[in-house]
Design a protein around this ligand. Structure first.
Ligand SMILES: Cc1ncc(COP(=O)(O)O)c(C=O)c1O
Length: 383
């Protein structure tokens, strides 16, 4: 009976073009990816500084495993709290100009755990969201049971209207991504912080895609806007520029203490492996020293965006290494993606509900591992 029910739903998805499937890669996807034995230029990964195959980190990994072992084997609150977790958290807090940090097993869990813990336990709380926030932010908000208000994407006058409407809430948490994962555009961090302060709301930003790529030594966009110390809560992930796995939240010591006590996504799960924590310390040091890679990444992003605009493609308002080519319909997007595949270029199609209806796209994600030649190959294929 269960299978019959699910099969029916799956075929409905298939018929309307929404069905997802897993594509097998033969190796870890870097600027090249191997699918069914064929090498393709890969424009799908979040490996922004090309560290996923970094030889320096790889060589250190063997010794790191020998020192720390493979798994934390339990929650941090039971026996999984290993000195290297604390060391990583201290370094991340410093990097993000905050007093303290807490590492979770993934970025998704970080958003889920932080948002739900913060708002579930405050009397009369609401969450105010950019419409296009990532699923993990939405899921944290829904889990909290708090009232959710939405403002128009990156529109600060819309945010102000919502802040006025929610004046009487005792606790307001306002959440935005700094660099949006599917559009590559940037929230005006300075206006965002000012509004949160003016309306006595708690500000929270997700820097998953900007950490390592923007700001002094890759500190992120809050640093670029000069507001890192004014933001109350900063989220990051170890799975993108860090090229590992895990997530983190930075803020005051009191915030972190509260999360250790109330954040179920932190309490009731095994800690990230000490091996990954130690590797993240290595990645962080490399990220800080990666100015030339950042420069190259911004340079190729600019070349590609200018060319795509000249060719008349709709790339939305991308200001970064994430560049959507918005086709609108799922059919057009799938067609474009498979035509590129024939030219040995892999750019995945992104469809609703990941993006709004009518906004299907291919999402080009550049890394410092791409060469100018790769960019020209992509442009010529798109032509
Ligand atoms: C904005 C944003 N936040 C959080 C996450 C989740 O991070 P992770 O992949 O580490 O779970 C993602 C992942 O794509 C993201 O785009």
């Amino acid at each position: 009976m269960l299978n019959k029910l699910l099969s029916q739903q799956l075929s409905e998805m298939e018929n309307s073009g929404f069905k997802r499937f897993l594509r097998n890669a033969d190796c870890s996807p870097m600027s090249k990816i191997k699918i069914q034995g064929k090498e393709l230029i890969n424009f799908s990964s979040n490996n922004y500084l090309d560290l996923a195959g970094d030889k320096e980190i790889e060589e250190k990994a063997i010794n790191i495993i020998k020192t720390y072992g493979l798994s934390a084997t339990s929650s941090r609150l039971v026996s999984g709290n290993i000195s290297v977790h604390k060391e990583l958290e201290e370094k991340l807090a410093l990097f993000k100009s905050k007093q303290a940090c807490l590492v979770y097993p993934s970025g998704y869990q970080t958003n889920l755990g932080v948002i739900s813990a913060l708002t579930s336990y405050q009397k009369d709380a609401c969450i105010i969201m950019d419409k296009l926030n990532h699923a993990s932010i939405w899921d944290g908000a829904k889990l909290s049971g708090a009232r959710i208000f939405v403002y128009k994407h990156c529109d600060m006058s819309s945010l102000e209207k919502v802040l006025k409407r929610t004046r009487n809430y005792n606790f307001k948490l306002v959440v935005t991504e700094s660099l949006f994962s599917m559009d590559g555009d940037i929230a005006p961090m300075d206006e965002f912080v000012n509004l949160c302060q003016q309306y006595k709301a708690v500000s929270m930003i997700d820097e998953a895609h900007s950490t390592g790529v923007f700001g002094y030594k890759g500190k992120g966009l809050a640093d670029t806007f000069g507001v890192a110390d004014k933001i109350d809560i900063t989220i990051g992930t170890l799975s993108k520029a860090f090229a590992l796995q895990g997530g983190f939240v930075c803020g005051s010591k009191t915030l972190i203490d509260f999360l250790i006590n109330k954040s179920r996504a932190f309490i009731y799960t095994t800690a990230i492996s000490p091996f990954l924590a130690a590797m993240a310390i290595e990645s962080l040091e490399i990220i800080k020293e990666s100015d030339s890679d950042r420069k190259h990444l911004h340079n190729i992003s600019k070349i590609l965006k200018n060319k795509l605009k000249d060719l008349g493609f709709d790339i939305g308002k991308s200001e970064s290494q994430i560049i959507p080519v918005i086709t609108g319909t799922i059919e057009k997007t799938e067609k474009l993606s498979s035509q590129l595949l024939k030219n040995n270029i892999y750019v995945p199609s992104i469809k609703p509900p990941t993006v709004p209806n009518g906004k299907a796209r291919i999402r080009i994600s550049l890394t410092s591992g791409h060469s100018v030649k790769d960019i020209h190959l992509l442009i010529n294929s798109l032509k």
